[in-house]
Design a protein around this ligand. Structure first.
Ligand code: ZN
Ligand code: ZN
Length: 153
């Protein structure tokens, strides 16, 4: 008979944050690889990484206007054809009719203000990220919306 073994298991936050890093490896952004997963009741509901819309040529293939013009990080995001990881994760949930109201989003990076607006309206109640990506407006909106904001690790 096997003895009763005590397993060392990651916390839920560690577990889902680790998954975001695997998701990020699919990113096609030539500047920064970002991954996000949406979780409710410890169930993974959706995932997304940053890159061009599905099936379209990505920045690595046809070039990125932001990279070509050396646009500073965080500025003029509308110039790039890519979606952000958080946007892709919310869209994936919508595409398959998965309710994400009240869920947590884990992201490798702190969400920008554009993603933050979407996350608020999607009903996300908790945001967990690892790497900081300072955005004053995003932080202000999150504070106003009363969303739990966790910098992990
Ligand atoms: Zn781009
Ligand atoms: Zn974003």
């Amino acid at each position: 008979m096997s003895e009763n073994k005590e397993f060392v298991r990651p916390s839920w936050d560690e577990y889902f944050m680790d998954i975001t890093k695997v998701v990020a490896t699919r990113s096609t952004c030539i500047r920064r690889q970002i991954g996000a997963v949406i979780v409710k009741d410890q169930r993974l509901l959706s995932s997304g990484y940053n890159g061009a819309p599905s099936g379209l040529p990505h920045c690595g293939q046809i070039g990125c206007v932001r990279a070509a013009n050396q646009v500073p990080s965080g500025e003029r995001q509308e110039l790039c054809r890519g979606l952000h990881a958080e946007q892709s994760a919310v869209v994936q949930a919508a595409m398959y009719g998965v309710p994400i109201c009240g869920a947590t989003i884990y992201s490798t990076h702190q969400p920008c203000s554009a993603c933050t607006k979407i996350l608020i309206n999607a009903g996300i109640k908790r945001i967990v990220y690892q790497y900081s990506y300072p955005d004053k407006l995003a932080e202000q909106l999150i504070a106003e919306a009363g969303i739990e904001y966790v910098c992990f690790g």
